[in-house]
Design a protein around this ligand. Structure first.
Ligand code: ARG
Length: 476
């Protein structure tokens, strides 16, 4: 019979037991569960609800169980529906009555919310650190790129030249916002549900503040129904994971393109490439593709939880048991993606000459030719049309606009002087874009300082986070 079996005369079938169990998923939370129980027992003793002796026996028993699970020598039994029951049942086997008193003033609904919040905090923190690791790698790659120029694109068509460092820093900014989303998810999880006692609070004189503090929570949840029903903290985490995964997916797509024969902008290191079982020449960007692919999983996890929660009445419903698998999957998947992306970015070779070569035929200076005319008094719209005709002429001749002879420019407008040639130089085109946030080397140096200051501030913020209960590896 299960721990709740008193009012039952019959057991559920084995298949139904397995269907209803969450142990295969929530055993990953054993550290969080044990920390929650130790805090609860200590508080019960402090409040005179159980004896100090029982609390000590409970703590000793739980630490022993933790050591056994850590060491991989704990035999989980599917007849224990979830990690809460598995640990409580074993504790009671080991400590007798003391263990049987642990569940005073507490429900598994409180436990699962507590464990999941503690896990969400630990995972958010790990993700914040991994996010910082990738941002540092991007800044390093941007530094190493120096004044390398690549064709900036819109619609995947050559548009205007930009510094490769500028392009990489755009991703560093996305990741900075992703960090803020993770920090918000950490904060959302950082509140203690313990003391909800299933849904309504309890007549025992529990000290909720005390258990919250012992577990490293910054605050307690102020409504007992909300405490056991809320899963928005997981939605926040999964949303933060999803947006970040989408950012990594976009970078992955660029890596796939850049490493193709057609682009040739970068060469991935062998350590981040794979071969083909049939075509000996192949060097495939599998890991970038896989990050792009795994993004679908992460987004799917978010959607699954949104749909799971949408029709639920208060308070706890068993549907909520479907919350953890996707959340753990989203966080672990993104963690792995961040690590692989960092490796790829840190080890690729940038082919600056190739970037330069493909820019010979894209009319990338066309906007600057129009600007040249506009700065000499021609209305920009008119200038746009004049340069459009010059591009057409260049296309007819099979050359880039920069290769047209001066006479052709001067036939198109008498505002053109010999200095137009200098204005067509792509390094000059880049260097002229000195607006704040622009691609001129001087502006990018300033931008890089801001990115680095953000990384420093966020690293300090990680150190300031409330304590976490790290995930255990023993139940894998
Ligand atoms: N295994 C459950 C879950 O993951 C724990 C809470 C169960 N509570 C209950 N009354 N059945 O959500």
């Amino acid at each position: 019979m299960a721990l709740w079996g008193g009012r039952f005369e019959e057991n559920v079938s084995e298949a139904t037991q397995e269907f209803g169990a969450s142990l295969p998923v929530d055993k990953a939370l054993y550290r969080q569960d044990i920390a929650g129980s130790i805090a609860h027992a200590a508080m019960l003793a402090h409040q005179g609800i159980i004896s100090e002796e029982d609390a000590r026996a409970i703590e000793r028993g739980l630490r022993g169980i933790e050591a056994d699970i850590d060491a991989g020598r704990f035999a989980f039994d599917i007849n224990d529906e979830d990690i809460h029951m598995a640990i409580e049942a074993e504790l009671t086997r080991r400590t007798g009555e003391a263990g049987a008193r642990l569940h005073t003033g507490r429900s598994r609904n409180d436990q699962v919310a507590t464990d999941t919040r503690l896990a969400a905090k630990a995972l958010a923190r790990d993700l914040m650190e991994a996010n910082l690791g990738l941002r540092r790698a991007l800044v390093q790659a941007a530094r190493e790129a120096g004044d390398t120029v690549l064709p900036g694109m819109t619609h995947l068509q050559h548009a205007q030249p930009v510094l490769f460092s500028h392009h990489l820093l755009a991703y560093a900014w996305m990741l900075a916002r992703d960090f803020a989303r993770l920090a918000a998810a950490f904060d959302a999880a950082d509140a203690s549900p313990l003391g909800a006692a299933a849904l309504a609070g309890t007549s025992y004189p529990l000290d909720r503040q005390m258990t919250a503090e012992r577990l490293g929570f910054s605050r307690v949840i102020e409504n007992s129904l909300d405490a056991v029903s809320d899963r928005d903290f997981l939605l926040d985490l999964e949303y933060a994971c999803s947006v970040q995964a989408v950012h990594l997916s976009r970078l992955s797509e660029e890596i796939v393109l850049w490493s193709s024969q057609e682009f040739g902008f970068i060469t991935l290191s062998d350590a981040f490439s794979t071969g083909s079982s049939i075509m000996p020449q192949k060097k495939n960007p599998d890991f970038a593709e896989l990050i792009r692919g795994k993004t679908g999983r992460v987004v799917g996890d978010l959607v699954q939880l949104l749909v799971t929660v949408k029709g639920l009445p208060l308070a706890y419903n068993k549907d909520l048991q479907e919350d953890k698998e996707g959340a753990l999957d989203a966080a672990h998947t993104l963690l792995a993606c961040l690590g692989v992306m960092k490796g790829m970015v840190s080890t690729w070779t940038v082919n600056a000459d190739r970037m330069r070569a493909v820019m010979a035929r894209g009319h990338l200076a066309a906007t600057d030719v129009a600007d040249y005319l506009a700065k000499r008094g021609m209305p920009f719209r008119e200038a746009h049309a004049v340069v459009g005709h010059l591009v057409l002429e260049a296309e007819r001749r099979g050359v880039d606009i920069a290769e047209l002879p001066l006479e052709v420019f001067q036939q198109a407008s008498d505002l053109f002087d010999a200095d137009i040639v200098g204005a067509l130089d792509l390094d000059a085109v880049v260097a002229a874009r000195t607006t704040r946030g622009g691609t001129a080397p001087s502006a990018v140096v300033e931008q890089m300082q801001l990115v680095e200051a953000g990384i420093e501030a966020d690293s300090a913020a990680v150190e300031e986070l409330s304590p976490v209960v790290a995930m255990g590896e023993g139940a894998a």
